[in-house]
Write a protein that binds this ligand. Structure first.
Ligand SMILES: [Fe+2]
Length: 265
């Protein structure tokens, strides 16, 4: 049974209000607390995540979780076993009758850093961090390849690494503090379109191995979680050895950081 969404936020005219009164919680009023710990392995949706607590523990070091407690590895392994999705998102295939169908996008692990109440915002590049710009856009479609209007896309990822950073020099972190750095959610428009402006995520250690740069994505439709997945980058040196890497979910940004991906749910 698919988890129901505890809180539903919409963009458009109500977005600013929603961010202030219920969805963002990341504003200057500090109405959202930090996070208690990195372990959300028991939660596959917002309703299952513990209430947020002390902001002093808000910034989470992925490698610390892995090396110190094994939480990250355990969470990802557990979630991975639940991932039975398969197939690739495409522009649709046509059968003998002329019907067009879009295969569901492949799911992936949620990981331990998902948090509820992600702020409603499309611009995540808010902190003057050094990093490669990434302008991600695309559509959400259904199995008939028709646009899904009003789908909620939650995006979260590790902080960027400097563009000239080398593995071994960096260990990117997730942040689920009051600022929810590099966390955002938007709703698709009338054509099923979405867009985010952010910076390319950095590498972080998962156990002894770096994970490739990746974006976490969760999509809700009509208050129901429909997809949890990850996006990767075609040129990342760690793709090949990553147990969760999926070539059908690769982004190939332009020199200016423009990248597109369509999701089918
Ligand atoms: Fe991650």
């Amino acid at each position: 049974m698919e988890p129901k969404r505890r809180q539903f936020c919409v963009m458009g005219a109500a977005a600013a209000v929603a961010e202030l009164v219920g969805c963002g919680g990341s504003g200057a009023d500090g109405s959202t607390d930090g996070t208690s710990d990195a372990d959300s392995s028991g939660s596959s949706g917002p309703q299952g995540t513990d209430s947020l607590a002390d902001s002093s523990a808000a910034t989470i070091t992925a490698s610390g979780d892995s090396a110190g407690t094994g939480t990250s590895s355990i969470a990802e392994t557990t979630a991975a076993s639940e991932d039975s999705s398969a197939g690739a998102t495409g522009s649709g295939t046509t059968d003998d009758t002329g019907a067009v169908a879009c295969e569901p996008s492949p799911g992936s692990i949620e990981g331990p850093f998902y948090r509820p109440d992600i702020p409603v915002r499309s611009d995540l590049d808010l902190y003057d961090d050094a990093g490669a710009p990434l302008h991600l856009s695309g559509r959400v479609v259904d199995s008939d390849c028709a646009p899904v209007v009003g789908a909620i896309i939650e995006l979260w990822h590790a902080a960027p690494s400097p563009p000239d950073a080398m593995p071994g020099d960096v260990d990117a972190t997730y942040d689920a503090s009051r600022e929810y750095r590099y966390y955002g959610q938007v709703a698709t428009d009338r054509e099923g379109r979405y867009a985010f402006d952010t910076l390319r995520p950095g590498w972080y250690l998962n156990g002894n191995n770096y994970r490739p740069a990746h974006l976490h994505v969760k999509i809700w439709v009509d208050d129901v979680e429909r997809l949890t997945t990850q996006l990767y980058f075609a040129d990342d040196p760690f793709n090949a050895d990553d147990p969760w890497f999926d070539a059908t979910m690769e982004l190939d940004p332009t020199d200016t950081g423009d990248a597109t991906h369509d999701f089918a749910v």
